[in-house]
Ligand binder design. Structure first.
Ligand SMILES: [Zn+2]
Length: 121
């Protein structure tokens, strides 16, 4: 739940910082203790990620609500919402960003892809 919410949060912060709508990651995986989103290197400027990471680390300690709700027309279709950002997702999430509390971020850039690894502490 923490990792899943972290991936969404980091994704919307890339959008907020770059000012552009971001496509879904090329790959998104959640393992025991860490999660990875992989993006095309052309999706955004890698240099913004330092700012994104700083903002992410601040936000996961703040009292910020996360809500999920069903689509009014489509059955079994749900949304994730936090800080006025909405992502279609039926997964299970924490109710507040401060439940994540602390995490490390590792960025790797290889084979034309940028990987964002979020490691819970
Ligand atoms: Zn989700």
């Amino acid at each position: 739940m923490k990792l899943h919410t972290s991936l969404h949060l980091y994704h919307v912060l890339i959008e907020e910082t770059s000012g552009a709508k971001l496509n879904d990651p090329l790959l998104s995986t959640i393992e025991d203790g860490y999660a990875v989103n992989k993006y095309d290197e052309k999706a955004f400027d890698i240099n913004i990620l330092e700012e994104v990471t700083n903002r992410f680390k601040e936000l996961i300690k703040t009292d910020t609500k996360v809500t999920t709700y069903p689509d009014e027309e489509r059955e079994n279709y749900r949304y994730w919402e936090s800080m006025n950002y909405v992502i279609p997702c039926g997964g299970i999430h924490v109710d507040n960003l401060n439940e994540i509390d602390d995490a490390d971020i590792e960025i790797t850039h290889k084979k034309k892809a940028i990987s964002v690894k979020i490691i819970l502490k």
